[in-house]
Ligand binder design. Structure first.
Ligand code: FCA
Length: 346
């Protein structure tokens, strides 16, 4: 993930607003045919769907379910992705130019919230934020922007409970057991998840000085592998690690780091979040330290957001401002069944 300086962010935002005014101005003109040309039917609904990390199975599933909504309801979906604020701002121009009436977005940087809102308004595009809630100039969540996300704290707490229960079940000696929380505190939903896990592990009796954070620089498996390796070097005495993180990939990176250091799979317990990016891991013939994951609801995040947007555009039905989804624990024992029940897998 990129961290543009405050000045660069401002320049980006101002530039994009000017552009949006120009583009919005054109597409609103009653005389000009909408860009997209003759192929576009009058009144046809077009919806953009931007995701920050299109390589993550989580986001691929969101798109897959949004595509399903497009087929069921009969609208055109324009999918764009990339972990780059400039790419997102350009995509919004493109949605407007193609005659879309709204878009759903998981932004690469939540601090771009005010710029995204300004651009959407100028181009007369309806807007729903998914997964990552926008932050206002005061650093607080923009509660006036429609949002669908997870109950991050509660889901994190469930991760913590699962880790504490496994520690007990396996009889780990508390003197040589510690927590590795792979964190990305720059993103509110990510921080709430690991804070929740840490809070329940603390309540379960793990002392604060046995809880370590491994902050990532990039939110992917290599980023988590690097962050965890630093921690493992600093704490050579730990025999059993309880691993939590803000999503599957960060926890998988930690599991790979533990393997690299020779930890036996059963000597550590790792629990992810998403449940969509760890299926290959759970399918491995030999168990790894990756015990399970909190499966989220990609269908709600993809299909439901697209449906909300469609109804808003077509029938003027405004979606609720804040919708939160829950998670279910999947493990090697139940994942096939639960993924099926939840419609994630056939
Ligand atoms: C964030 C994470 C994703 C997913 C989503 C619900 O955007 O980066 O992996 O957990 O929230």
């Amino acid at each position: 993930m990129h961290f543009p300086s405050a000045r660069r962010l401002l320049a980006l935002a101002l530039g994009s607003i000017a552009l949006a005014v120009a583009v919005g101005g054109c597409s609103k003109s009653p005389d000009a045919p909408p860009a997209g040309g003759a192929a576009q039917k009058a009144g046809a609904v077009k919806i953009g769907f931007y995701v920050k990390q299109p390589e993550e199975p989580w986001f691929q599933l969101e798109w897959k379910f949004a595509d399903q909504a497009a087929r069921d309801l009969g609208f055109t979906l324009i999918k764009t992705g990339g972990n780059d604020g400039e790419k997102l701002l350009a995509a919004i121009d493109n949605y407007a130019a193609s005659g879309a009436q709204g878009f759903i977005v998981c932004t690469p940087d939540t601090r771009l919230g005010p710029a995204i809102v300004a651009k959407a308004k100028a181009a007369n595009l309806k807007l729903i934020a998914v997964d990552d809630q926008f932050l206002g100039p005061d650093g607080q969540p923009m509660k006036n922007v429609h949002y669908l996300g997870i109950s991050a704290r509660k889901i994190g707490e469930e991760v913590g409970r699962t880790l504490a229960a496994e520690m007990k079940k396996r009889g780990f000696d508390p003197a040589v057991t510690a927590v590795c929380a792979v964190t990305y505190d720059e993103l509110a939903t990510a921080k709430e998840r690991t804070d929740g896990a840490i809070a329940t592990l603390t309540a379960a009796g793990i002392p604060a000085n046995r809880i370590f954070k491994a902050p990532v620089r990039t939110t992917d498996i290599p980023g988590a592998l690097d962050a965890t390796n630093i921690l493992l070097t600093q704490q050579p005495g730990v025999k059993h690690w309880l691993v939590c993180g803000s999503n599957d990939n960060l926890v998988l990176g930690a599991v790979r780091a533990l393997e690299g250091r020779g930890f036996a799979p059963e000597s550590c317990v790792a629990v992810g979040i998403n449940g969509t990016d760890c299926i290959v891991e759970l399918e491995k013939a030999k168990p790894t330290s990756f015990f399970g994951s909190m499966l989220l609801q990609p269908k709600a995040h993809g299909y439901q957001t697209a449906q909300m947007m469609y109804k808003w555009i077509k029938d003027g039905v405004e979606p609720p401002l804040d919708t939160r989804t829950v998670g279910i624990l999947i493990t090697r024992e139940n994942f096939r069944q639960v993924l099926k029940e939840q419609g994630v897998r056939e």
